[in-house]
Design a protein around this ligand. Sequence first.
Ligand code: PGA
Length: 244
Amino acid sequence: MTNKYIYFVANWKMFGNLKSLNSLNKVISFLKKFKKNKIKLIYCPPATLLKPLSDKIKTTKIKVGAQNCHENENYGANTGQINSSMLKSVGAKYVILGHSENRHLGEDDNLINLKIKNSIKSGLKIIFCIGESYSQRRKKITKKILLHQISRGLRQIKNKKNIIIAYEPIWAIGSGLIPKDTEIFNIIKFIKKKVKGSKVLYGGSVNTKNINVLKKIDNVDGFLVGGASQNSNNFIDIIKKTFN
Ligand code: PGA
């Protein structure tokens, strides 16, 4: 697992204010000592912190990502919305799309597909989230669900080189539960077979303890970390343990 780039994506969700950015100082100095390892570190703060965060990490290897965007890449009369070109203009290089917390609010595969297409046009890289619910897992239809999300979400997108897939079982998010390592391995294998050449991250309750198991999954390209990324010590610990 150490001879390829490993992604660590911090998804801060609706947490954090200007003061929270001070916690990045630790991560920045940690990174300086951690130069030899191949890591891609992406911070996805709330939209209010995109600009100050990109200013802060300008001279570091950290990249900035947004947590969602409107489907139209042009300006429009859409109160409260932000589009992908606006995100790009404040320093975002990535955008998380298809997160289950937004699917839950009514985003469907077609809308997500449109968001992905237009965000790519704006020059952003995509962290495309897919995952099954607990009842779908119990019905053993996980692969069917994932395939559905992949084929609809990535419809008519020929060049997928700017798309990273994050496998996030809905029931694992924020619950402290994770699938068995062999299950994650098999699902990632399945996703990589369906989307040739794709990088696949695992997300859902990644923490300083279970990372010791997760890091051993051969085909995982990194981790999408929610709760544990809000505390710099924990996040650094997760990164360190991955390479130990
Ligand atoms: P969690 O969130 O690590 O807090 O489970 C992950 C996510 O929702 O991306």
